[in-house]
Each structure stands twice: as structure tokens, then as C-alpha cells.
Design a protein around this ligand. Structure first.
Ligand SMILES: *[C@@H]1O[C@H](CO)[C@@H](O)[C@H](O)[C@H]1NC(C)=O
Ligand SMILES: *[C@@H]1O[C@H](CO)[C@@H](O)[C@H](O)[C@H]1NC(C)=O
Ligand SMILES: *[C@@H]1O[C@H](CO)[C@@H](O)[C@H](O)[C@H]1NC(C)=O
Ligand SMILES: *[C@@H]1O[C@H](CO)[C@@H](O)[C@H](O)[C@H]1NC(C)=O
Ligand SMILES: *[C@@H]1O[C@H](CO)[C@@H](O)[C@H](O)[C@H]1NC(C)=O
Ligand SMILES: *[C@@H]1O[C@H](CO)[C@@H](O)[C@H](O)[C@H]1NC(C)=O
Ligand SMILES: *[C@@H]1O[C@H](CO)[C@@H](O)[C@H](O)[C@H]1NC(C)=O
Ligand SMILES: *[C@@H]1O[C@H](CO)[C@@H](O)[C@H](O)[C@H]1NC(C)=O
Length: 335
């Protein structure tokens, strides 16, 4: 049977299914997931390839090792703060704030002892490495090396100036020591369940279907608020918080291979290598700040590739191609 006939048959079957189940959006016959797919879960955090090494900025240099967070008394009180600071503030000051490119974190203040704790989730090997792979040349063929793990970092103290001066430090909840202890337990299991970082949001258009959700510092903060809420925390609904997203607009993504099958498909591999090669010698700040200038490139190629859940997806870009958004996500508990 020709491919066209198969496609027609598939469309027919789907239209019949859809008329029976008007709300059904699943297509069991294709590998495409329900949109947006869930972030893949893992039993434990895989060991990073030895090739991956943090540059000048090591991950979580002053962090408390997992399981070493001091337990507090069940009846103690902790204030919870939402905290934001411009990305790469150490390098660019408040420049990225002008583009609403903010990093998110959570702060805790233990009332009984006066001690403060900061908790944030970020890239083990910096943002660029979570966004594009390295091209490693092995025996005349390329290997796409990803160094894209992200993890939670928990350390003592809150650098008030850092969060307050060009960002946000706002109290959003007051929780018991019991909730805090349970939250720490949650954070340990979350830390091994979701080891990978994802920079991009992919959507059909502004306000339209989400194809892929990001998995970044803000996703962790939102996940953490939900976890705290499930554990009994109540949030101050007067506080409004917006979150940065780096959005790509495309038609429905097409699966083109995964981290192993890609090496059996030289044509697709070549396409990916030339795509990633384009971004290879640029810095992430350069890419984000000049993304609009890449519009010409989008106009010409109309393609983008993303790696999500260890699978490569081809995106047929649609206007406006790319946008930074900074929209509100309400704190949990709003009815
Ligand atoms: C990205 O990963 C490469 C390879 O491990 C490493 O050499 C580089 O320092 C990393 N970049 C940053 C900014 O950490
Ligand atoms: C999460 O995992 C990373 C990487 O193994 C580790 O460095 C970090 O301490 C862990 N965070 C917490 C809060 O346990
Ligand atoms: C806030 O931004 C200003 C202007 O870029 C910069 O001079 C200052 O160092 C920033 N504050 C912090 C805490 O980095
Ligand atoms: C903890 O944070 C509070 C409020 O920001 C501050 O007043 C206090 O000095 C901090 N405590 C320590 C030990 O840093
Ligand atoms: C490259 O070639 C060497 C020698 O033939 C071989 O041992 C090695 O496994 C090859 N590497 C890859 C990634 O194929
Ligand atoms: C890639 O796809 C192959 C074939 O469908 C499958 O056997 C393999 O487990 C997949 N690998 C990953 C990392 O998903
Ligand atoms: C790649 O192709 C070889 C030879 O056809 C096959 O044995 C192997 O299972 C394939 N690997 C993947 C990941 O598809
Ligand atoms: C925050 O998001 C809301 C709606 O999502 C929007 O109306 C508002 O302008 C945003 N605030 C900022 C500072 O961008």
C-alpha cells in the first residue's frame, strides 16, 4: 500500500475515532505524546559523562550534601520567600532584567533560630550546555554530547542584596517545621526523579497549544510550591509572581530519533550536526540577547531542533518564531 493511502486510512480512522470520542486527542498509533508530554522520570540521577565539566562556576559550591539539612522541630515556624534575580547578574548587572530574564529561587527563614536557607534548581554545567550539545568528533563522525543535567542546590543564608536589589524577595507563606521537614524529603526524591534541564517552551502560537514545557529553575519553584501546598502550606494570594519563558513557535513537532537511534540515520544526524554547529561558537548570552537577529535565520530555514526526554524533535517554525514571555502563574490554592 502506498504511503498516501496509509495516511488517508489513518486520517479516516482518526476522524471516526474523534467523532465517537469528541474529546479524545490521543493518537495511540504514533509515537507523538499527548501535548505537552510529561517530563521523563528516572529511578536515580544518572552519572554525567566525564566529558561534562563545569567551567569557572562549579555547581552548588557551598551546598549542603543531600540528607544533611538540619531537621527542625515539628512545631517550629518558617517563613517562605519567593526570590528572583536577573540571570547572570554577576556579569551583566540588571541588564537581563530589562528583558525579564529572571532566575527564581525559594528562601526560608527559621524563626526560632534566625537561620536562613536558600534553595534553587539550576544547571550543573551552565545554561549553554543544557540548551545545545557539544559536537565531539570521534573517528570522523560526530557525537552529540549533552551535558544537560539540572539539580536542586540548598545552602545556608539568603543573600538579601542579591535578590532584593534588582529582583524580588517577597514573603509568600508561613509553614510549620513539620511541613518544612516533609518538603525537604520531597526535594530529595524530586532531585533524583528529574535530572534533566530543558530551556525551551514550544507552542503553536501565542496563547495556543503548548507542545513542550520548559524544565528550568522556575519549573522547579512552581513544582516546589505545589508540593508545599500538598503538604499543607497556604500562600498569600495577594502576591503576584511572573516567570520567564523562552518560547519557540512551531507546528506540531515531529519525532526524528532519539539519543541512540540518531546514529543509525546519517541524513538526520548530518542535519542536526549542521544545526548545532551554527550555535556552537556563540555564548548563551549572545544567543538570548540576539535571538531576534536570528529571525532572519528562522525566516530562511524555518526549522529548529530540540532534545526533549532524550528524543530529537524537528520544529517547523511559525511566526513570530521566538519570544521571551513573562507571565503570571498564581500561587497554589486559588479557587
Ligand atoms: C560546558 O561543558 C563543557 C564540556 O564539559 C565545559 O568544558 C564547559 O566549561 C561548560 N561550560 C560552562 C559555561 O560551564
Ligand atoms: C541534587 O543533586 C545534585 C547532583 O547530584 C547534588 O549536588 C545536590 O546536592 C542535590 N540537592 C539536594 C537538595 O539534595
Ligand atoms: C543591580 O544592577 C546594577 C546595575 O546594573 C548593578 O550595578 C548592581 O551590582 C546590581 N546588584 C547586584 C546585587 O548585583
Ligand atoms: C535571615 O534573614 C532575615 C530577614 O531577611 C535577616 O533579618 C537575618 O539577619 C538573617 N539571618 C541570618 C543569620 O543571616
Ligand atoms: C574509534 O576508533 C577506535 C579504533 O578503531 C575504536 O577503538 C573506538 O571505539 C572508536 N570510537 C567510536 C566512538 O566509534
Ligand atoms: C530509542 O529508541 C529505540 C528504538 O525505538 C529504543 O530501543 C531505545 O530504548 C530508545 N532510547 C532512548 C534513550 O529512549
Ligand atoms: C542501528 O543499526 C544496527 C545495524 O542495523 C542495529 O543492529 C542496531 O540495533 C541499531 N541501533 C539502534 C539504536 O537503532
Ligand atoms: C505579569 O503577568 C501578567 C499576566 O500574566 C501581565 O499582565 C503583567 O504585565 C506581567 N507583569 C510584568 C512585570 O511583566
Amino acid at each position: 500500500m502506498s504511503r498516501h493511502l496509509l495516511l488517508l486510512l489513518l486520517l479516516f480512522v482518526l476522524s471516526v475515532l474523534c467523532s465517537v470520542l469528541p474529546s479524545a486527542e490521543t493518537t495511540d498509533t504514533t509515537p507523538a505524546p499527548m501535548w505537552p508530554p510529561h517530563q521523563r522520570t528516572y529511578d536515580h540521577r544518572p552519572t554525567s559523562d566525564p566529558y561534562c565539566a563545569a567551567g569557572i562556576y562549579p555547581f552548588c559550591p557551598t551546598g549542603l550534601p543531600p540528607g544533611r539539612v538540619p531537621k527542625v522541630k515539628q512545631t517550629d515556624t518558617l517563613y517562605v520567600y519567593a526570590m528572583k534575580a536577573p540571570v547572570w547578574e554577576f556579569k551583566f548587572g540588571d541588564l537581563l532584567k530589562k528583558f525579564d530574564i529572571m532566575h527564581d529561587a525559594i528562601g526560608f527563614h527559621h524563626v526560632e533560630s534566625g537561620l536562613n536557607i536558600t534553595m534553587e534548581w539550576y544547571e550543573l554545567f551552565q545554561l549553554f550546555n543544557c540548551t545545545f550539545p557539544h559536537l565531539r568528533k570521534e573517528n570522523n563522525s560526530y557525537e552529540l554530547q549533552w551535558c544537560n543535567q539540572g539539580a536542586a542546590c540548598l545552602y545556608m543564608g539568603i543573600d538579601e542584596k542579591h535578590w532584593r536589589q534588582n529582583g524580588t524577595l517577597v514573603k509568600i507563606s508561613q509553614i510549620s517545621g513539620d511541613i518544612f521537614n516533609n518538603f525537604i524529603t520531597w526535594s530529595l526524591s524530586d532531585n533524583s526523579t528529574y535530572p534533566f534541564y530543558e530551556t525551551w517552551t514550544v507552542m503553536a502560537g501565542p496563547g495556543k497549544t503548548v507542545w513542550f514545557n520548559p524544565f528550568d529553575c522556575a519549573s522547579w519553584v512552581l513544582r516546589a510550591f505545589d508540593a508545599m501546598h500538598d503538604l499543607g502550606a497556604e500562600f498569600d494570594q495577594k502576591v503576584h509572581l511572573n516567570y520567564t519563558k523562552v518560547v519557540l513557535y512551531s507546528q506540531q513537532p515531529t519525532l526524528i530519533g532519539n539519543s541512540s537511534t540518531i546514529y543509525n540515520d546519517s541524513k538526520t544526524l548530518d542535519t542536526l550536526v549542521s544545526f548545532y554547529n551554527y550555535f556552537q561558537k556563540r555564548s548563551m548570552a549572545d544567543i538570548v540577547l540576539h535571538m531576534l537577529e536570528y529571525a532572519a535565520w528562522f525566516e530562511l530555514h524555518k526549522k529548529f531542533y530540540i532534545f526533549y526526554n532524550e528524543q530529537y524533535w524537528e520544529l517547523d517554525m511559525v511566526k513570530p518564531y521566538f519570544q521571551l514571555t513573562y507571565d503570571e502563574v498564581p500561587l497554589p490554592g486559588k479557587h
